[in-house]
Design a protein around this ligand. Structure first.
Ligand SMILES: C[S@@+](CC[C@H](N)C(=O)[O-])C[C@H]1O[C@@H](n2cnc3c(N)ncnc32)[C@H](O)[C@@H]1O
Length: 221
């Protein structure tokens, strides 16, 4: 038997939805959790990166190197916030985020920082469109490599290689599986410094990488 909601029940449902909507929009933690519940394999975390984690990433940015700093998988902007607090001028940062709702939050928090709503699978085309000749200082990636589909991971790794090959710079990435080797280490990225961050949910390990090999290393599969 199909039960048709009464008008009063419909009103109550609508009220419940709008209360949830307002709570999720105004509370960053709930906003993140809501997105995680909707697309766990793309978001990869139940809350945004902590201040400590974002600051640890920023500490690994080479100070002597010129060029753009990319906040890849920028989410609601924790890493960009740490870059700005460290004194990086907003025009040196380019944030890239796939999720439109996170991008909207990011824009409200940091209207002065260039933000591309786009997919890391097209990293080089996106950079080409906004900064064709710019060199890179660092790519700070929050992308959840362990939960993204393998084909997406491979494409993004190729894009990262190409970007670093042609524009220079280093890659800084964190993982929540801090007891395991990074998958990136098997794909031509050489780890340098690393740091464990306990004050994050969940605890994380941040590592900086340079490239060991050229981008065409993937040609053989
Ligand atoms: C762990 S969360 C980001 C945390 C971020 N540092 C913060 O504090 O808000 C990973 C982010 O990567 C984004 N993402 C996942 N796949 C992506 C892709 N292919 N291109 C761009 N962003 C992507 C997700 O939408 C999510 O915002």
């Amino acid at each position: 038997m199909i039960s048709v909601p009464t008008p009063q029940r419909r009103v109550r449902q609508k009220q419940r939805h709008s209360v949830c909507y307002v709570l999720c929009k105004t509370n960053p933690l709930l906003h993140f959790l809501q997105q995680f519940v909707q697309t766990p394999r793309s978001i990869g975390a139940i809350c945004s990166s902590s201040r400590k984690l974002a600051e640890a990433m920023v500490c690994m940015v080479p100070q002597h190197r010129q060029g753009l700093i990319i906040d890849l998988g920028a989410g609601t902007g924790s890493v960009t916030g740490a870059l700005l607090r460290a004194g990086v001028p907003p025009q040196r940062i380019v944030a890239i985020e796939k999720c439109g709702q996170f991008a909207a939050t990011f824009r409200k928090r940091y209207p002065q920082v260039p933000l591309i709503v786009g997919d890391a699978c097209q990293l080089n085309a996106l950079l080409q469109a906004i900064a064709p000749d710019a060199s890179l200082c660092a790519i700070l990636s929050s992308l959840p490599f362990r939960v993204l589909p393998q084909a997406v991971v491979t494409t993004i790794q190729q894009q990262l290689h190409e970007a670093l090959n042609t524009r220079g710079g280093i890659l800084i990435q964190y993982t929540y599986a801090w007891w395991m080797d990074f998958p990136l280490a098997k794909h031509g990225f050489t780890p340098h410094s690393k740091q464990f961050i306990l004050k994050n949910i969940p605890p994380a390990r941040v590592e900086s990488y340079t490239q060991a090999l050229k981008a065409n290393m993937f040609a053989g599969g």
